[in-house]
Write a protein that binds this ligand. Structure first.
Ligand code: PGA
Ligand code: ZN
Length: 422
């Protein structure tokens, strides 16, 4: 039973307002949660409620969302004893009534859902990485995907692809994977300095050098992996891309990359060359969120060679993922709790992935707080993959440090990709 619910307007890692939600149960257990916020959002995501008062934070304040937590959502959650988190999450979604959580705010509802999940776990005497585990699912420590080079809307450089991640697939343990990530990151900084590049950081903590061509960024990263003494590739440190192509797709359906105008098929041919020339094992949002026909051709062309992850097109929505499975679109889904707006629906999206044989990668947002909930989520669901930005910046390393703490507390947990997605 919930006895108290509160929300405060705090700052996220970009200095924009977000919510911190605290919950107290009748048995005295309390917990809190910080709410993440994206920049390259999918258009079908659950909707953040912002104040739109131009006199505060350029309109981005979240006082209304905080008020909805303290008012309507607190009244609702205190109104009865909840058998399960799923019941409470469904009641919040029903009370919102819009389907997209736009009335009460997806930021308000996910904050309540995260805090309540944590409180219910504590109340049961468990940590969330144990309590959240679905029946029949074996928890495991995920492969961290460190975003070491930033572009797109996350950095002010000319690079159109948004994320260049390193994935220590060959590491024997999580601590060795974290070490590999940090060592390659340091080697990349040295290499960028040596080449006269700026080493300022993008929103997710990766470097943001003045590189234009994605292939030039890939060459720098492969060299850094090598400098750090790891074999580039699946036996050592592989690369994962998130071009976030919706951000550079024009209304006429073309893609603008480094000043060139490319069709969907040009993009697919470019990715074929990239996965041939570089140790890229995973590509997220290689095409735009509404380019379904392109996505089908991309999946046919490359789905047997690399992981193809849907983010903007799936928005952690169980129905959209199920439709993609039927349509032969992608073979993996990105999982972001605030895209769908409750922990329960997030777990449902991951269940759809497991049933379809799709991989799932748990993800932070470009705007984050130090809340490490997603580390627990990734472990509990055994999905085998997480992305939380660079091995630098407090709000990014909070998640990796939480994984290290879980690894230390549960030394028998396996590490690595789930199933046969290696
Ligand atoms: P976002 O970016 O949080 O700005 O949406 C992350 C991603 O595209 O995966
Ligand atoms: Zn993405």
């Amino acid at each position: 039973t919930v006895s108290a619910l509160d929300a405060t307007e705090i700052l996220d890692s970009r200095g924009r307002p977000t919510l911190n939600v605290t919950v107290r149960l009748a048995d005295g257990t309390s917990a809190e949660a910080g709410v993440p916020s994206g920049a390259s959002t999918g258009s079908r995501e659950a909707v953040e409620l912002r104040d739109r008062d131009p006199d505060r934070y350029g309109g981005a304040g979240v006082r209304k969302a905080a008020g909805n937590v303290r008012g309507e959502l607190a009244d609702l959650l205190r109104s009865r004893a909840w058998d399960t988190l799923a019941d409470a999450d469904r009641a919040m979604d029903d009370a919102d009534g819009t389907g997209g959580k736009s009335r009460l705010g997806a930021n308000a509802i996910i904050g309540c859902s995260l805090a309540l999940a944590r409180a219910l776990a504590f109340s049961a005497g468990q940590e969330p990485h144990t309590w959240l585990a679905p029946a029949g699912v074996a928890p495991r420590l995920p492969v961290p995907h460190f975003n070491v080079l930033n572009g797109g809307v996350h950095a002010p450089n000319p690079l159109d692809f948004q994320e260049f991640m390193i994935a220590p697939l060959g590491a024997p343990t999580l601590p060795e994977a974290v070490r590999a990530g940090a060592e390659v990151y340091a080697a990349l900084r040295t290499r960028l300095r040596g080449a006269g590049h700026a080493t300022g950081l993008g929103d997710e903590g990766g470097f943001a050098p003045g590189v234009t061509q994605p292939e030039d960024a890939l060459r720098l990263i492969v060299a850094a992996i090598d400098d750090a003494g790891y074999p580039p590739g699946r036996d050592g440190v592989a690369i994962a891309l998130d071009p976030a192509a919706s951000e550079f797709r024009r209304p006429d359906g073309t893609y603008q990359v480094a000043g060139e105008t490319l069709s969907s098929d040009d993009m697919i041919a470019r990715y074929e060359r990239i996965v041939t020339d570089f140790p890229v094992w995973s590509i997220e949002d290689g095409l735009g969120e509404y380019d379904d026909a392109g996505w089908q051709r991309l999946t046919t062309a490359l789905g047997h060679r690399v992981q193809l992850v849907g983010d903007d097109n799936f928005v952690t929505n169980p129905s959209l993922i199920a439709r993609a499975v039927r349509d032969g679109v992608a073979n993996a889904a990105l999982i972001k709790v605030n895209q769908i707006g409750t922990v329960t629906e997030t777990l449902q999206a991951m269940a759809v992935c497991r049933e379809a044989g799709y991989a799932a990668m748990v993800s932070h947002r470009s705007g984050e707080t130090p809340d490490p909930f997603i580390a627990d989520l990734a472990v509990a669901t055994g999905c085998g993959q997480i992305k939380s930005g660079a091995p630098a910046r407090g709000e990014r390393v909070a998640k990796y440090n939480r994984l290290l703490a879980i690894a230390a507390a549960r030394p028998r947990l396996p590490y690595g990709l789930a199933g046969d997605h290696g």
